[in-house]
Design a protein around this ligand. Structure first.
Ligand code: FES
Length: 204
């Protein structure tokens, strides 16, 4: 564990984390899921991606420095290595804690020419937030993303594991009303679904 490194925020310089400071927050179920997943790979390093999905679920949808440190600890990897993987992929939430639902609007070429910025503008006005911001009630985070590989449905938005498009104002209103009525977080729900994909049916 000598190479375990901790951060207070991802923008700060990493500092060595005394092992006694490490707090482990994975539930018993998460620990056994990780053990099951690890058994499918030749090395613990190969399990970093699914382990990060477990952490994203267990830490409320956000890979804080503590969450990354726990993954590093459980996989016997350096903090910097796990942090490098987590920050490379935009599907891991490392920059800020997202709201209950993350609205990811594609503004790439096909969506752009079909009015992505008009849609983004509409969402901004309806929710009162700009990209990378979260509503005060913690319900919605807005993000601008690269091509979602559903260009035939431009303009496309991803929320959790659902794609919506072509977006119109009335469809947006329906989606927002539906999300407001849900009890579960689509951010955490998606992390859980991805974890399950890595498990045999008997372990789900
Ligand atoms: S350009 Fe938006 S989904 Fe491809």
């Amino acid at each position: 564990m000598s190479d375990l490194i901790g951060l207070q925020t991802l923008s700060e310089k990493p500092t060595r984390l005394d092992q006694s400071q490490l707090k482990l927050n994975f539930s018993e179920a998460a620990v056994s899921q990780l053990e099951e997943i690890k058994s499918h790979y030749p090395s613990e390093k190969a399990a970093i991606l699914p382990a990060l999905w477990i952490a994203q679920r267990e830490y409320g949808g956000f890979l804080s420095s503590e969450a990354i440190a726990e993954v590093a600890h459980r996989l016997h990897r350096a903090y910097a290595e796990v942090e490098g993987v987590a920050t490379f992929y935009s599907m891991y939430n490392t920059r800020h804690k997202p709201g209950k639902h993350k609205l990811e609007v594609c503004t790439c070429l096909s969506c752009h020419v079909n009015g992505a910025y008009r849609i983004l503008d509409l969402i901004e006005k309806k929710l009162g937030i700009r990209p990378n911001e979260t509503t005060e009630d913690g319900l919605f985070t807005l993000e601008e993303v690269e091509c979602l590989n559903a260009c035939d449905r431009a303009v496309v938005m991803q929320v959790g594991d659902s794609y919506y498009g072509p977006l119109t104002e009335s469809l947006l209103d329906t989606i927002i009303a539906d999300l407001k009525s849900r009890t579960e977080s689509t951010v955490i729900q998606m992390a859980d679904e991805i974890v399950k994909v890595h498990l045999p049916e008997s372990a789900v």
